[in-house]
Design a protein around this ligand. Structure first.
Ligand code: CA
Length: 235
């Protein structure tokens, strides 16, 4: 007699979170239905700004991204921003010229699917991209290193010289974003757009407040430089 039931596939499996950025409600609904049936948790966004917000807050395992979005940044811009964060992206494109741009711009998309598509095929592509991304050499995708600070994006943990450090969700997102862009100077505005979300209304000093907290909690182990009158650079 076995006390352990075998893991159940299908609707009971916890396959991970997928953010779907799509302004066409019919397509969004269809994709939502099929992904949920396969055990994914699905978060829907109708525009790029909201999509970035969901990614920053929920750390999905994958993003499905429509190229033609009505408001805010289009799919290309969102993809470019997500690329630095190590989230696999599948682009949904409506026209051949969009495919050309996806392929030509080196946006960092992991795959693309042209509309109209079969939901089954889309779900198969999702699984294929996830398989590839989990097989890919993990460290740079899952663990980001800056000085003696380690950001484990899969486990949502930060360690300093091996010791876990407790951060708020926003501090974590900010640190993860800086660590995903090593050596780049990021302006306060960029950080607000990319960590807080493009729709966020507020003062750029919010960034400074969070940086101060990060420095306090992580100390000298964090190679985070202030670039005067511009922003911040990690590593
Ligand atoms: Ca669209």
């Amino acid at each position: 007699m076995s006390l352990q039931e075998p893991a159940r596939p299908g609707p009971f499996a916890d396959a991970g979170t997928v953010v779907v950025v799509e302004d066409d409600p019919h397509i969004a609904e269809l994709v939502d239905l099929y992904l949920r049936r396969d055990g994914f948790r699905v978060l829907l966004a109708a525009d790029g700004g909201r999509g970035m917000e969901l990614v920053a807050h929920h750390h999905p395992c994958l993003v499905l991204l429509d190229v033609g979005l009505p408001a805010g940044p289009d799919g290309f811009e969102v993809c470019r921003q997500l690329h630095g964060q190590g989230v696999p992206v599948i682009m949904l494109t409506a026209r051949d010229e969009e495919v050309d741009r996806v392929l030509g711009l080196e946006l960092g998309a992991d795959d693309y699917v042209t509309k109209p598509f079969s939901p089954r095929e889309l779900v198969a592509r999702v699984h294929a991209v996830l398989r590839r991304s989990t097989q890919a050499p993990g460290p740079q995708r899952r663990t980001l290193q800056a000085g003696d600070v380690e950001v484990d994006t899969a486990r949502h943990e930060v360690r300093r010289a091996g010791t876990p450090v407790a951060l708020t969700a926003r501090e974590f997102d900010l640190l993860a974003h800086l660590a995903a862009n090593p050596g780049l100077v990021l302006t306060r505005r960029q950080l607000l757009d990319e960590v807080w979300g493009a729709g966020w209304v507020g003062d750029e000093r919010t960034v400074d407040v969070h940086v101060r907290q990060l420095r306090k909690k992580l100390g000298d182990g964090l190679p985070l430089a202030t670039v005067r009158n511009v922003g911040y650079r990690l590593g």
